[in-house]
Design a protein. Structure first.
Length: 157
């Protein structure tokens, strides 16, 4: 019985640009970058040599290097993408688990993605929770039965 070949991962232009910035931040250490990101060193090396890299990747990489784009935000985007991808893979492989275990796993994964999302929002200076207070006008805001308007009708019993 043969083992199935591992699936090939595809990388967006933004992924490649961020990962190339990782390589640079690690002083060109492909093995360290591979360890940190899970991307094979051979793939990183191919991109450094220009294979699989288009003009969009180069332009985004240059913007990240210059500080024009926020590298930290790009890294968080990459983390969210990786978390979502991992979630799908895990859920595909949990057929042997009991439904309660599957629900528990999904809950934990959702918490992790939620934490990453909150961190990203905090870095942008955005709210991480929405609180809303509604003022109630009380029963005076409702029309009494018998009024000509038919909106918000309540009966007087």
């Amino acid at each position: 019985m043969s083992t199935p070949a591992p699936s090939r991962r595809s990388y967006s232009d933004a992924d490649k640009a961020v990962l190339l910035a990782f390589v640079e931040a690690n002083d060109g250490d492909l093995q360290e970058t591979s360890r940190q990101t899970g991307v094979p060193a051979r793939t990183l090396n191919a991109w450094l040599l220009g294979r699989g890299v288009n003009d969009d990747v180069v332009q985004l990489y240059e913007r990240l290097k210059s500080g024009e784009d926020d590298l930290l935000e790009a890294v968080r985007d990459l983390q969210l993408t990786a978390a979502a991808s991992l979630t799908v893979k895990l859920l595909e492989s949990v057929d042997h688990m009991q439904p309660k275990e599957q629900i528990d796993l999904l809950g934990k994964l959702n918490v992790g993605v939620g934490i990453l999302t909150d961190k990203k929002r905090l870095e942008r200076g955005e709210a991480t929770q929405i609180t809303e207070t509604k003022k109630s006008g009380g029963l005076d805001t409702y029309r009494r039965k018998g009024d000509t308007e038919d909106a918000n009708v309540i009966s007087e019993e």
